[in-house]
Design a protein around this ligand. Structure first.
Ligand code: PAF
Length: 281
């Protein structure tokens, strides 16, 4: 595996491959867990040339968020990617990605979708994501790009951006990897104390209970959201939202919705956990 830190070197490495390769990219912020490695495995199955990117993107963190403390584990990440026969790891510096400074940088915004759910409590977060993902796609020029369904809103926003800006890449969503007790894998799970780690799977269980009610035909959306929020609070979380939405528009459902998505975000100690689950009716 080649490790490259500059856009120039990445482009050169990419060019040497010529036109006969099917190129896939797996964008990450590092501290890789089984969820990331599943993205890599999907990419390796579908593509002949796999690029992983590792960049903790300051643009997507709010001023009071965990950018400085976000877990970094470059040596371990390199070894995991090497073992999985990734062809190139692109690990640029902040200066390489934002040479004119962050506030002077052109940004990419997907309106409306970016302002709801997590966007409401993390203003500007998704603009940071869409800006860096646009840059990474421009730099790596892949045929396929892989993102986890755990960040369903992010995936939906990136799909919309790629479609509206006619980017020549297929976005592939990969199902969430879970611990044996149902907790969605996330680098931020590291922030949980032992006691909090025991409480954490309740987020998924709560969303799953809502999904069961919806599957059985309930349309009492507001009641389901409210009682789930109360339940989370009673269990020790500080809930941000529990919301039943259309999976594509992220709007509240209408009578014609055949499929729904249940979203939840809640703080537990230092961690902000998110999860979601699909429901077919
Ligand atoms: O999901 C992530 O890890 C990040 O938001 C991404 C897509 C790598 C952009 O920084």
């Amino acid at each position: 595996m080649d490790v490259v830190e500059t856009i120039h070197d990445l482009r050169q490495r990419r060019r040497i491959q010529g036109l006969n390769q099917v190129v896939g990219v797996v964008p990450t912020m590092g501290d890789l867990h089984a969820g990331h490695l599943r993205l890599v495995d999907h990419c390796r199955e579908q593509c002949t040339f796999t690029i992983a990117t590792l960049f903790v993107n300051p643009l997507q963190f709010g001023p009071k968020e965990d950018f400085a403390n976000y877990p970094r584990a470059l040596a371990k990440d390199k070894a995991e990617l090497e073992q999985r026969d990734v062809n190139v790891l692109f690990a640029p510096s902040i200066e390489e990605m934002y040479p004119d400074g962050q506030s002077a940088h052109t940004t990419v915004t997907v309106p409306h979708l970016s302002e709801q759910l997590c966007g409401a409590s993390r203003p500007g977060h998704f603009n940071g994501v869409t800006t860096v993902v646009t840059k990474l796609l421009q730099i790596t020029q892949p045929d396929f790009a892989y993102f986890g369904e755990k960040d369903w809103q992010q995936l939906t926003i990136i799909r919309q951006m790629v479609r509206q800006l006619n980017m020549p890449v297929e976005v592939v969503g990969v199902p969430t990897c879970r611990e044996s007790d149902g907790l969605a894998m996330s680098s931020r799970n590291r922030y949980l104390t032992r006691e909090e780690r025991e409480i954490a799977p309740h987020l998924f269980q709560t969303l799953r209970d809502i999904a069961t009610h919806l599957h059985e035909g309930s349309t009492a959306y507001a009641d389901l959201e409210e009682s789930a929020t109360n339940q989370l609070r009673e269990t020790g979380f500080r809930p941000d939202y529990v919301a039943i939405r259309d999976p594509d528009t992220l709007e509240p459902p209408t009578a014609s919705n055949q499929s729904l998505r249940v979203f939840g975000a809640a703080r537990l100690g230092r961690a902000r956990l998110i999860d979601n689950i699909g429901v077919a009716r």
